[in-house]
Design a protein around this ligand. Sequence first.
Ligand SMILES: Nc1ncnc2c1ncn2[C@@H]1O[C@H](COP(=O)(O)OP(=O)(O)OP(=O)(O)O)[C@@H](O)[C@H]1O
Length: 237
Amino acid sequence: MTNTIEISNLTYHKNYKSILEDINLNIEQGKTVGLLGENGAGKTTLMRLIAGLAKGAHGTIKIAGQDAVAAKKAVVSFSEQLDGFNPSIRIEKIISFYEDVYPDFSVDRYNQVAGFLQIDEGLRLSALSKGMKEKLVIGLTLSRDTKVYLLDEPFGGIDSMSRKKIIQSIIKWKAPDAVIVVSDHYVSEISSILDEVVIIKDRRIYTQKSAEEIRSQYAEGIEQYYESIYEGNDMDD
Ligand SMILES: Nc1ncnc2c1ncn2[C@@H]1O[C@H](COP(=O)(O)OP(=O)(O)OP(=O)(O)O)[C@@H](O)[C@H]1O
């Protein structure tokens, strides 16, 4: 199986502080991966590096065999927050912006996801609740046609029914060969769709395991496994 994401010997420091150390990670084509770790573990930083949005790391990150930043940006869709937009902008304008900036953005696909998630296009950005904004970010991210989708903590501020809908939309609109990486502090409902789990702890990749392997070892599943690592009683080590 081909690796879509290949990270070797990646180290990242910011303002003289070590943020990620010696990250080695391969993710195969088609996988849905949970990137887990407590607050400040480095999940967002790792996603920004994969997306080519953070600079100054040592080591290599290849996406679909490419390591030039422009090439990576073209094949990675990252759930960027919408902070750069004027709060008074209407959602329809944000959609046009995405269409202009990303040649692979599909308005048709956006309309389908937005209909499913019930995103109201007539509103201004400032009128959206936290959860609605999160849904919009997910709709925009999933509407590009790329090899990798990075969803950074997509469930913040989202109620349980909407979480279920978001999970369904990931399943429904994921191309079979695309990789989806979803970060979170806890596993919650997402665990049922994961093929693999990657845990960041103490600035390093603590573990990368198949969800099936975890489920066969831990009766209560991925959540119990994750908690055991942070509570320091992982059976593996
Ligand atoms: N611009 C920055 N300058 C300095 N340190 C930073 C910067 N951005 C992040 N950090 C530090 O990098 C570490 C990792 O942060 P990051 O946001 O990647 O973690 P995270 O796992 O996504 O956390 P959370 O779950 O809270 O969002 C933290 O210690 C944070 O303080």
